[in-house]
Design a protein around this ligand. Structure first.
Ligand code: GCO
Length: 262
């Protein structure tokens, strides 16, 4: 058996017009999958597909807001009409609203929970109904370091990503019997647009992250591709309910202020 062959798999990556989602989509295209990108904005999605085509990547796109069940159902139904199946769902779409909890508006809280937690529930519910009838499928939830730990100003995001960790486990409990494998990937600090504010040399959080990460570097979106392909492949057919942290060792370390100071 070729444990890593996913050629021909139909893959949907939500929130894939930039950052981690776009890198994962390109990884699945390189693995010869039939890939659907997704974003809320049709124009941005089409522009991304045009850029990919210019780079030699062939993919399709379905615009919907993961938090809008009617849009999700219409978009995912279209994939089934076009492909007759869905093999892999990657729940990547996510937003963050940084503010101290005491100042955080209920609207910002709800926006984060809607996209980062309700969204994966809505898309996975639709996918599971397909995968149950197929008697096979893979769901990969993009969690976070904040599925395990918190930090100032990301309370809503941590609540959503903490919930997504346990939702991943409960999906596994309920759907593994249908030969569906549901796992998560927990990225560390990755150089993506939502972290752009921290990337400036000299920025105190940038210095802290580098001191706190044993690998002593930011991750790149490409650092996550191999784990996603693994979790989409036959090699992971007996893995369920696990969160794989791709964090340069950050969660392994309490942090050593003397790190690197020989
Ligand atoms: C932050 C960052 C983190 C990372 C990532 C870690 O504000 O601390 O944005 O949340 O983006 O989610 O896994």
């Amino acid at each position: 058996m070729d444990h890593f062959n996913i050629k021909g798999k139909v893959v949907l990556v939500t929130g894939s017009t930039q950052g981690i989602g776009l890198a994962l989509a390109k990884g699945f295209i390189n693995a010869q999958c039939q890939v659907y990108l997704n974003g809320r904005n049709q124009e941005k999605l089409e522009a991304t597909l045009t850029d990919l085509k210019a780079q030699g990547y062939s993919a399709q796109g379905i615009a919907f807001d993961v938090a809008n069940e009617a849009q999700v159902n219409q978009g995912m139904d279209q994939i089934l009409q076009e492909q007759g199946k869905l093999d892999v769902l990657v729940n990547n779409a996510g937003i963050i609203r940084r503010n101290k909890l005491e100042d955080l508006s209920l609207a910002d809280w709800q926006d984060v929970i809607n996209t980062d937690l309700n969204g994966p529930f809505i898309t996975s519910k639709h996918a599971a109904n397909t995968m149950i009838s197929q008697k096979s499928g893979k769901i990969i939830n993009i969690c976070s370091l904040m599925s395990e730990i918190g930090r100032d100003t990301v309370g809503a995001y941590a609540a959503a990503k903490g919930g997504l960790k346990l939702l991943t486990k409960n999906m596994a409990v309920e759907w593994a019997r249908h030969n569906i494998q549901i796992n998560g990937i927990g990225p560390g600090y990755i150089s993506t647009p939502i972290n752009e504010p921290y990337r400036e040399p000299g920025n105190p959080l940038n210095e802290y992250i580098l001191s706190r990460t044993p690998a002593q570097r930011w991750g790149t979106p490409e650092d996550l591709v191999g784990t996603a392909l693994f979790l989409a492949s036959p090699a992971s057919d007996f893995i369920n309910g696990q969160i794989m942290y791709v964090d340069g060792g950050l969660l392994a370390s309490l942090g050593d202020p003397w790190w690197g100071k020989d």
